[in-house]
Design a protein around this ligand. Structure first.
Ligand code: ADP
Length: 294
């Protein structure tokens, strides 16, 4: 897994048909829109992943597939490598000085670490939402969502429509439609996080990585994010790191349990969320989900 050299290529996946979970209402007299169809998302395959910070081995031998149109939770005690794993999936890990990763990660079969793959196109295809909402502080609500679109060369006459569609998709449009030119940082924490989700989906990624997206939010705002995850998985592949096991049980179709046990974090068990929480194979999973440690 070496950063690309010389010329770069854009990472391409077959373009799925997208439908907004909250379609724009029709003009008066126009026919009602068709119900949203499930767009085909793309799988992410991680094989034999090892990640390091200098000589510190943080993630060991992780192999796992994140299924398309599903939400997969990554759970495990603090320090077991959950964030490191997701940062490898959109090549942010390599931005940390001294950090590197080994192994293979593919998006719909395309190696995201292949030489000459453009890292910017990887991050466009695999978007990320962080623990702390991070709207661009000097930008308006509109410009926060439009920023990625402008960078990707969206025609300016299409930008407004895409911003509205993204804000609707993030469940924020009704709350902000009358103040689009106000600063993004003037919103509440939960609204800021949905603004960041709108910014992420505006560029139509294939995958959305969420690293503890609700851990800085109050219960009501958390619920909104969880409802949003349920909506978004109809269009995207969702990976969500969470400390909150109830949250994993509520939103995730599949759950991956990681553990460090004093060394690098590895995958202990992966399966359907119901099974992981009610009838896991590994006794360490049972102990963790029943709150005996962590
Ligand atoms: P988690 O998300 O499960 O809490 P992390 O992926 O953040 O775990 O961390 C995994 C391991 O990597 C931990 O031992 C942590 O101390 C180490 N680590 C994380 N970030 C860095 C960093 N920037 N530099 C050095 N070590 C790090």
């Amino acid at each position: 897994m070496n950063p690309p050299e010389q010329e770069t290529e854009t990472l391409t996946t077959p373009e799925p048909e997208r439908t907004a979970p909250h379609p724009v209402p029709p003009a008066q007299g126009a026919p009602a829109p068709a119900p949203p169809t499930k767009a085909e998302a793309h799988p992410v395959r991680v094989e034999d992943l090892n990640a390091y910070y200098g000589s510190v081995h943080a993630v060991k031998d992780v192999s796992l597939t994140f299924e398309p149109n599903r939400a997969t939770a990554i759970i495990g005690p603090s320090g077991c490598g959950k964030s490191t794993l997701v940062r490898c999936i959109n090549r942010m890990h390599e931005e940390i000085p001294g950090a590197h990763a080994e192994g293979t990660i593919t998006l719909s079969g395309a190696d995201i670490y292949a030489p000459n793959v453009d890292v910017v196109s990887v991050r466009r295809a695999i978007g990320m939402v962080f623990q702390k909402p991070n709207p661009f502080p000097t930008m308006s609500i509109f410009d926060n969502v439009a920023s990625g679109l402008r960078l990707t060369g969206t025609r300016s006459r299409d930008v407004g429509e895409r911003v509205e569609k993204s804000l609707r998709g993030a469940g924020l449009w009704e709350e902000v439609k009358d103040r689009l030119s106000s600063p993004g940082i003037g919103l509440s924490g939960g609204q800021q996080q949905r603004l960041c989700i709108a910014r992420t989906i505006a560029v139509e990624p294939d995958v959305i990585l969420m690293d503890e997206p609700a851990s800085a939010l109050d219960p009501k705002a958390t619920l909104k994010i969880e409802e949003l995850v349920q909506e978004l998985k109809h269009r995207f592949t969702i990976v969500i790191v969470t400390h909150n096991m109830q949250q994993a049980a509520r939103v995730a179709d599949y759950t991956a349990f990681m553990l460090g046990e004093g060394g690098p974090g590895s995958l202990v068990e992966y399966g359907e969320t119901d099974k992981i929480f009610t009838n896991p194979e590994d006794p360490r999973t049972e102990q963790y989900v029943s709150g005996k440690f962590g």
